[in-house]
Design a protein around this ligand. Sequence first.
Ligand code: NAD
Length: 321
Amino acid sequence: MTTALSRSWEHAVVTGGAGFVGSHLCAALLDAGAAVTCVDDFSTGRPENISPLLERPGFTLVQANVSEGLRTKRRPDLVLHFASPASPADYLRLPLHTMETGSLGTRNALELARSSRARFVLASTSEVYGDPQQNPQDERYWGNVNPVGPRSVYDEAKRFGEALTTAHADTHGTDTCIVRLFNTYGPRMRGHDGRAVPTFVRQALAGEPLTVTGDGRQTRSLCYVDDTVRGILAAAAHGMRGPVNIGNPTEITMLDLARLVVELAGSPSEIRFIERPVDDPAVRCPDITLARDKLGWEPQVRAEEGLRRTIAWFREDGTDD
Ligand code: NAD
């Protein structure tokens, strides 16, 4: 299935554009002919992620904390709010920054969209479903989140961001869209960001044991970044308000994922079981009926292929951060 929807944008502002997903999004928008302003404070992103883009016509980098204000010289017709620490290691290290980016940062990005009459897209997350009591999760599920648990700084910031986005649309008529991204992986993830794929790939390439938490039977559904970016841009183009799940519905256990990475990397590594983090969800799988029906979108890159590309990137360009 190919995504039927496309729309051309003149000027897109991408907050968090120097991060993993944001940098792929900036590149895709430039490829589609848009001018792109990337606003990033490099709290978790890397200059290397966007260094190839700095050469491209139409690309502007603004180094700023989006929680402190957001203005651009040129009026955007699309604002994609992707700034936020996203890996547990990052948001546990930056709890207040995470909550401010999800609240003040979202408010500032919404204000820019409203005053520019631009389309606004909020990067929300499957974490709004918490440790879900229904699997797969569709957009009508309200979630099972611990408001004072260690992950709450991220989960609740995103839930607040969704509520604020909805209130903005209702109050000011801002043209908004909420995309709930599920676990995405691919080139430009940091080997030590704590997420499963980069951790396993780094360990496999170093010949170290792959550390699987708990008994490894907890599942995730992993979406290759090119598919995720295509889904985000389809939702932006459609004009829907969402929320819409963007993720890969093929579930894999963490133990099977570790075994697959070892095999594809041709690694001698063993698997070691370690303690499971508090509030770590047992299952996570998107119901993507809405995205399929409304956007004509579904993932195209199979896990073996996406992991092969990711492993190749880590071999060539992966850094040790
Ligand atoms: P990332 O950490 O690689 O990127 C986030 C970027 O935002 C970084 O470049 C960081 O420097 C920047 N940033 C953070 N706070 C900022 C602030 N206050 N002002 C300006 N810039 C700031 O994370 P990612 O994986 O690329 O995630 C991007 C977005 O997608 C996040 O909003 C995240 O919640 C969402 N998301 C990602 C996934 C995933 O699997 N990667 C899943 C669900 C949702």
